[in-house]
Design a protein around this ligand. Structure first.
Ligand SMILES: [Zn+2]
Length: 340
């Protein structure tokens, strides 16, 4: 098959790769009708997250099951399935508590890389969720979004305790932040404030349910949120970037007793202990347990209640994947969809 490999900073190649095969009896092989580039792929792409040699890329996927190992019982060839970036057994105590991305058997969800034609998925019965049938073509991007960016934005909103009557602020206007807006809306938040300075992203945030936009960031952004909330701060804040500035912005936007859901992968972030101590803010986040939310998200998409696929604003042939990375790196695209 052909697939995507990162060789070093800004060196993405689309090349001939070995066809994935069943290695463990709990594996499934799926063919990928579409794939995409994730904001978190930009960390190794920019050289901020080091890689040990050439690395197959892509961890968001939906697909058609081609073959299953001898111990797979729930998933069958011919099904359309949605997975996520960590494989999990979905049976251990941690999984049953809803933290499948910390499963005691956790491993990469698509170790052969999902920016490719085929992928091997470990722990298929625990990791994959089948859709009710074969989805129509135009629904596939939304199901693909559920695999990571929607699931992650959703976890951010849940971790921030977005709920009816609450004011939710979202720090970060990438795909995850925008879908956290959609999640907050679905969870019934009263006011949803998207923090963004880009017009096209503000427009999408409004489409997804943002009631207000704040263009200031950092200290000024936090001040603005306080002004808008009677000096108190938001009840719930989703952090969807992962830098020192964005994390502190999120904590400072939150009222005493409020909750920050942080889902941007934190890089070199240090939280000053004394300020945090006196903030009375709850922090919860980490790699989203997307598997927890997949049945509900698939149902919402299948019944056309939500259309998260709108975050894809650039579509390229899979072999032009390197341009897909460049466009996201330069913020010319929110999220790139790739067609094999
Ligand atoms: Zn588990």
């Amino acid at each position: 098959m052909q697939g995507t490999v990162l060789y070093g900073p800004r060196d993405v190649r689309f090349e001939e790769r070995p066809d994935p095969t069943i290695i463990e009896p709990t594996d499934a092989l799926i063919s990928l009708p579409l794939s995409c580039v994730c904001g978190s792929d930009l960390w190794p792409y920019r050289g901020i997250e080091p890689i040990d040699g050439p690395t197959p890329m892509g961890h968001e996927y939906v697909g058609i099951v081609e073959e299953v190992g001898s111990e797979v019982g729930l998933i069958e060839p011919g099904q359309f399935v949605v997975g996520s970036f960590f494989a999990s057994d979905n049976t251990c105590e941690i999984c049953r508590a809803g933290y499948q991305s910390s499963c005691i058997h956790r491993r990469p969800g698509a170790p052969t890389g999902a920016q490719a034609q085929y992928a091997r998925i470990p722990l298929a019965d625990g990791t994959l969720v089948a859709t009710p049938g074969m989805p129509p073509e135009e629904m596939i991007p939304s199901l693909l979004a559920a695999s990571d960016v929607l699931g992650t934005g959703w976890f951010g909103a849940v971790a921030a305790e977005a709920a009816p009557g609450k004011t939710v602020a979202v720090v970060g206007d990438g795909a995850v932040g925008l879908l956290a807006v959609l999640a907050a809306k679905q969870l019934g938040a009263q006011r949803i404030i998207a923090m963004s300075r880009h017009e096209s992203r503000q427009r999408l945030a409004r489409e997804f349910g943002a009631t207000e936009i704040v263009t200031e960031r950092g200290e000024e952004g936090a001040e603005r949120i306080k002004e808008m909330t009677g000096g108190l701060g938001a009840h719930s804040v989703v952090e969807a970037v992962g830098t020192q500035e964005s994390m502190m912005q999120a904590i400072r936007c939150t009222r005493a007793g409020g909750h920050v859901g942080f889902v941007g992968v934190l890089h070199n972030v240090e939280i000053p202990g004394e300020e945090f101590f006196f903030s009375h803010v709850h922090l919860h986040g980490g790699p989203a347990p997307v598997r927890r939310f997949l049945p509900e998200l698939i149902d919402l998409i299948w019944n056309r209640k939500i259309d998260p696929g709108k975050v894809f604003d650039l579509t390229l042939p899979l072999e032009e994947v390197a341009e897909g990375y460049r466009a996201m790196d330069e913020r010319r695209a929110i999220k790139t969809l790739l067609r094999p």
